[in-house]
Ligand binder design. Structure first.
Ligand SMILES: [Zn+2]
Length: 352
């Protein structure tokens, strides 16, 4: 109810011109809104994971709103430099996409080009070289697609009881069990893909046909190289979408990720985004050691001059946000009304 009351208040504020007033204020002028997106649906992914996926038409509505609000859309690097120099243009926005999914390439990228929006992609690179769906996500997605059914036992996958797929908990337990098993047995990407294939068979999917759509895949090497050549800023997000708490392993993630990105783009990568929005104080020194200049989180808010550049907040846009709420944030008013939520991004790609 509180949320409904806030949305009603926003509606009134918009009609009285408060969005415009805040958008044109000095308060807003000194702040940068870094927008964060993940996936853009090829089919129905936004119904499966509304916190991760937007329907393409919703993304287009957001881009329309940015245009209508006359926001200054800056490339991330320039935005951060001008933020620090206290030289931001009016209503500054920077657009970032996490992970570098295939659906970014096929769905979001054409829209961003249509609206002439500069964009940063935080590219995780393991699956860039492995043309298969992200393991935990494809398992979760297939189970959700069969949510009206029961899953029969699959003893060779250690799934020994039939599971009602109608509940989130039931589906989650199956994914958890498969992910834990693959970690315990230290399975390769190919071996995990074989598990997903076995699950698909039990659920009655044509796995080859499903994966041929490249649903829940990342961009391949050629696609990353192409978008970079066309001006997309490709930046760091770890090689295997993880942030080990041991320094040498953490650094390896950055080094492997950077090498792969720079070999594909021919450009240096010095901006980082914490996978799943998980960060720790000690990561800062490790990132600095690798010459990284900034890092973004999934915490909600505006970036201000003088903020720690290694903990830059963003506005994580999801299917759960209404258009009015989105407009309130790009104007600046959203931060004042504060629809604050803890960072709840749980987008964990499996380890290889
Ligand atoms: Zn991510």
């Amino acid at each position: 109810m509180l949320r409904n009351a806030k949305l009603a208040a926003l509606s009134v504020l918009k009609s009285t011109g408060a969005f415009e007033a805040v958008a044109n204020s000095n308060w807003r002028r000194n702040r940068l809104l870094i927008l964060c997106y993940h996936g853009t649906s090829l089919e129905d992914e936004h119904h499966w994971r509304p916190a991760l996926y937007l329907a393409p038409h919703v993304l287009e509505q957001r881009l329309e709103a940015i245009r209508a609000m006359r926001c200054s859309i800056l490339p991330l690097g320039e935005a951060l430099e001008r933020l620090e120099a206290r030289d931001l243009p009016p209503r500054s926005v920077a657009v970032t996409f996490d992970d570098g999914t295939y659906d970014f390439y096929s769905q979001a990228y054409p829209l961003l080009r249509k609206y002439d929006v500069p964009v940063t992609v935080y590219q995780t690179t393991y699956y860039t070289d492995h043309p298969m769906p992200v393991f935990n996500l494809i398992c979760s997605y297939m189970l959700w697609k069969r949510r009206a059914d029961k899953l029969d036992p699959i003893p060779e996958l250690d799934l020994n009881q039939s599971v009602d797929l109608n509940t989130h908990l039931g589906r989650h337990q199956v994914v958890r069990s498969l992910v834990e098993r693959s970690e315990r047995e230290n399975l390769s990407g190919q071996e995990k893909n074989e598990i997903a294939q076995r699950l698909a068979q039990s659920l009655g999917f044509d796995y080859a046909a499903l994966t041929a759509k490249r649903i829940l895949h990342l961009m391949n090497a050629q696609e990353v190289a192409q978008i970079a050549k066309e001006g997309v800023d490709v930046q760091l997000h770890t090689h295997r979408h993880r942030t080990p708490v041991e320094e040498s392993l953490f650094l390896r993630e950055i080094v492997d990720n950077r090498q792969r990105i720079e070999s594909l783009t021919g450009k240096s990568a010095a901006h980082f985004c914490y996978p799943s929005g998980v960060y720790r104080q000690e990561f800062v020194a490790w990132l600095q050691k690798e010459g990284v200049e900034s890092a973004t989180t999934c915490d909600v808010g505006f970036a201000r001059a003088g903020d720690n550049p290694f903990f830059l907040p963003r506005f994580v846009d999801t299917t759960g946000r209404t258009q009015l709420e989105f407009e309130s944030w790009i104007s600046g008013l959203g931060a004042l009304i504060a629809f604050r939520r803890a960072a709840t991004q749980r987008y964990t790609l499996p380890e290889d």
